[in-house]
Design a protein around this ligand. Structure first.
Ligand code: ZN
Length: 139
């Protein structure tokens, strides 16, 4: 996966969610299509962070995950990414994130509330995290 594009309106919504949830981490599912080396986001599903340590980790409830997959499948789309925020650290995967990235091989978008910056990552075949180019379209 080399790139991910999403409509500006979803980017804005994710940033707003991250700011509202700080100092806790926020999370969301990115629905869309995967083609060649790129993913296109067509919808986002905001999720609740149910982790017992929400300031430094996030967990999406199993029922929200399942309904997310059902929503995506109903339109012929897929879950192409997972979004979460880092309230007070940079926008790169933590050690815990890397562990879960291996189990959930989709694009991981991370927004740093502290830095006001969103970045996206992908775990390659050798288990190295690689930055994925993000672009924001108008629709
Ligand atoms: Zn994280």
């Amino acid at each position: 996966m080399k790139s991910i594009s999403m409509p500006q309106v979803y980017y804005d919504a994710l940033v707003e969610l991250a700011e509202q949830c700080a100092p806790e981490e926020s999370c969301a599912l990115l629905v869309g299509k995967q083609e060649g080396g790129g993913a296109t986001v067509t919808d986002i599903i905001l999720a609740k962070n149910v982790d017992k340590n929400p300031k430094v980790q996030f967990s999406i409830a199993a029922d929200e995950l399942i309904s997310g997959y059902k929503i995506a499948q109903s339109t012929g789309d897929d879950i192409v990414g997972i979004f979460h925020s880092h309230p007070d650290s940079e926008a790169r995967p933590s050690h815990t994130d890397l562990k879960y990235m291996a189990a959930n091989p989709v694009v991981w978008a991370i927004h740093s509330v502290r830095d006001g910056k969103m970045r996206a990552f992908w775990l390659d075949e050798s288990g190295e995290s690689r930055e994925v180019a993000m672009s924001f379209g108008s629709c």
